[in-house]
Design a binder for this molecule. Structure first.
Ligand code: NAI
Length: 459
């Protein structure tokens, strides 16, 4: 029995069925979870629309004359996003049918360690016995009392996806992944954007070199970014909302987006009754085999609080299913990439420079995209690839990419790290030409001062 039908839960359900288990997934909203309905997919559909709009505005750079400036239709963009989401949601339903996974449409709650009670929208309860239970209930946008989200003027990202009209101006609290992705998308759609981040730089979890490049590009998009600054209070104001920042500045905007992290969906799911332990922050701790403190109850994905990503949730699900069905398997996060759909895109794998330098003697290779023919052909020359290697062993410690297609380019580096390759081995691969990924090969060569496309370095 799997509680939650997001990218952790629904894939675990199919995998368990493929392995011959009798399996049911309980989900009270649409299958696909946050990722498909309110996160990864809808935001990427809208980002694709915003990028098309930008490309059209720059048509002349490609030798295309427009007879009139392009105009976008937000509601049509939203409708396109909904169509994509609906198609994919129904796809999961079809996969469930084809693999024989039962979907209970209702709210699932543990009732002891081997039962789940499903309550449907009419309050009708069904009690199901299961040998193994997987908790995959995910997370939701965090609600902070000082920023009272009302869905009208103070929003979270769920609300933004469903706006009837885009605001003329917005204040974004938090320059993490959600804050930065939305800042870029809205700026591309001509919204005046202010972003406030209390830590040192935008995307504080990424390498500071990457952040530097991104911050430069945010400036070009006319995004006003305030780092090392807190939003102290937010109230109604003449434009809609008024924020007081810790640097004394007052910002007026039509609406505000709160993007300051997430809370875990672990309330009311019967954890106490089943004896499942919860951490202080509300997440459910597990071992590397995904077992909670109760042997036949597993937890996977965001709810574990380790990494909040759709694709690690899917991996967790596979590990939990294999263990539930009698195999012995532990998670393997070696080479998990981070992929962020800002403009330009940001992606990374492994350690940041500041982390790597703590335990290793490091060497750095860098290659700017503006040297690549393909980047010029695409009219997107901002960005770079940076590789951090271990001076002694030549092992790859981290790879950081910012620029067009970064979220695709990173995967060659992710595989290399997953397989424990050296920087030399990565650079020795013959890359296709002309592709943006060549920058990975060139950065690997640069780490040994051997990139033929960079000027000679003075030592
Ligand atoms: P986050 O943890 O990435 O960023 C929140 C940011 O808000 C942090 O940088 C924090 O320092 C800042 N902050 C907190 N309180 C603040 C305050 N009072 N004033 C100013 N700044 C403040 O959380 P976010 O962006 O909400 O994303 C949630 C999760 O969703 C993340 O864990 C992320 O991994 C995931 N996600 C992943 C995506 C991807 O992989 N492309 C896309 C979107 C979300």
């Amino acid at each position: 029995m799997i509680i939650g039908g997001g990218p952790g839960g629904y894939t675990a359900g199919i995998r368990a069925a493929m392995k011959g288990a009798k399996v049911a997934v309980v989900e009270y909203r649409d299958l696909g979870g946050v990722c498909l309905n309110r996160g990864c997919i809808p935001s990427k559909a809208l980002i694709a629309s915003a990028t098309q709009y930008k490309n059209m505005k720059e048509a002349e750079a490609f030798g295309i004359k427009l007879v009139a400036p392009p105009v976008y239709d937000w509601l049509a963009m939203r409708a396109r996003k909904d169509k994509i989401v609906n198609m994919l949601v129904s796809g999961i339903g079809s996969l469930f049918k084809s693999h024989g996974v039962t979907h209970y449409n209702g709210f699932g709650r543990l009732a002891g360690s081997s039962h789940v009670v499903v309550t449907d929208e009419n309050g009708v309860e069904t009690r199901i016995k299961a040998d193994n239970i997987i908790i995959a209930t995910g997370s939701r946008a965090a609600n902070i009392p000082s920023f009272p989200i009302d869905g009208k003027r103070i929003l979270n990202s769920d609300h933004l996806l469903e706006l009837e009209n885009l605001p003329q101006s917005i204040l974004i609290i938090g320059a993490g992944v959600i804050g930065c992705e939305w800042a870029c998308m809205l700026a591309l759609l001509d919204v005046e954007v202010h972003v406030v981040e209390m830590l040192d730089h935008a995307l504080p979890m990424e390498d500071s070199g990457t952040a530097q490049v991104l911050e430069r590009e945010l400036k070009k998009l006319k995004v006003n970014l305030y780092t090392k600054t807190k939003v102290e209070s937010i109230t109604g104001g003449p434009a809609g909302v008024q924020a007081k920042l810790s640097n004394g500045k007052i910002i007026d905007a039509n609406q505000a987006l709160v993007a300051v992290g997430r809370s875990f969906n672990t309330e009311d799911i019967g954890l106490e009754e089943a004896g499942v332990e919860k951490a202080k922050n509300g997440s459910i701790p597990t071992g590397p085999d995904m077992r909670t403190n109760v042997k036949n109850i597993f937890a996977i994905g965001d709810v574990r609080g380790e990494i909040l990503l759709a694709y690690t949730a899917t991996h967790d699900g596979a590990v939990a299913v294999d263990n539930a069905l009698g195999e012995k398997r532990t998670k393997n996060y070696a080479g998990v990439p981070s992929v962020i759909f800002t403009h330009p895109e940001v992606a990374s794998v492994g350690l940041r420079e500041s982390q790597a330098a703590k335990d290793h003697q490091i060497a750095i290779g860098k290659f700017p995209l503006r040297v690549l023919g393909k980047a010029h052909a695409e009219n997107e020359i901002a960005g770079e690839v940076k590789i951090i290697g271990d001076k002694k062993t030549d092992k790859i410690l981290g790879v950081h990419v910012v620029g067009i297609h970064a979220t695709e380019v990173i995967h060659v580096a992710a595989l290399a790290m997953n397989q424990g390759l050296t920087v030399t081995q990565l650079g020795n691969l013959i890359f296709g030409h002309p592709v943006i990924s060549e920058a990975v090969m060139e950065a690997a060569h640069d780490l040994h001062n051997a990139s033929v496309h960079l000027a000679k370095k003075r030592v």
